[in-house]
Design a protein. Structure first.
Length: 203
């Protein structure tokens, strides 16, 4: 990742929340808060292509996606903060958002998400990913289901490979695809995802 200081703007409905986000951003040596406002239109003149924009607007999916589309079209890296009422992350992601972050996220997750988005990667909070998959068709292959069940029972990657008679490299490939589906790299989130969708029985 680049060592340059990345500029971050905050667009949000709540002045106090904007101020809190600004303080967290400025606490990081590799990030700097640039501007905050209630609407995207108010900050457009202060933004540069490549800036990260934290979008915290209580809007319905369609108008929120329209704001994302406008900012992404100007070259911004958009990270949308979602509340429990905004569980559908598909429209903003399809509109060009780099990621969606739960408003319940802590400071460490917030900064990690900003850094990933700034570097051109995507990020979705695990809780949002699970809710989003609940609204859509959860497509998991039979092999992925077997791997999830073994993982949930505490098997290592090597142990999963032995039990299924496949290579450890193949196990890694399946796990990578599953992690992409839920937007999290943690094994515990894979287990929660599988239980939430009745892919494996809850324990």
């Amino acid at each position: 990742m680049s060592s340059q200081v990345r500029r971050v703007a905050v667009v949000g409905d709540c002045p106090l929340f904007r101020r809190g986000l600004a303080q967290v951003i400025d606490s990081a040596t590799d990030l700097t808060f640039t501007v905050g406002a209630r609407s995207a239109e108010e900050v457009e003149g202060d933004l540069r292509p490549g800036d990260v924009v934290l979008l915290d607007l209580e809007l319905q999916p369609a108008p929120l996606a329209a704001v994302v589309y406008r900012l992404a079209g100007l070259g911004m890296e958009v990270l949308v903060l979602c509340s429990d009422l905004q569980s559908d992350i598909v429209p903003p992601m399809q509109a060009g958002a780099r990621g969606c972050l739960s408003r319940r996220a802590g400071e460490q997750e917030l900064l990690a998400a900003i850094r990933l988005v700034a570097s051109g990667c995507s990020y979705v909070s695990a809780a949002l990913a699970v809710r989003s998959w609940t609204e859509t068709t959860c497509k998991v292959t039979e092999r992925e289901r077997q791997i999830l069940e073994l993982l949930a029972n505490g098997e290592t990657d090597h142990g999963i490979a032995d039990r299924l008679g496949i290579s450890e490299h193949t196990v890694h490939s399946h796990l990578d695809r599953l992690r992409d589906k839920i937007g999290s790299r943690r094994r515990a989130d894979l287990t929660r995802f599988a239980i939430a969708h009745d892919i494996i029985p809850g324990r």
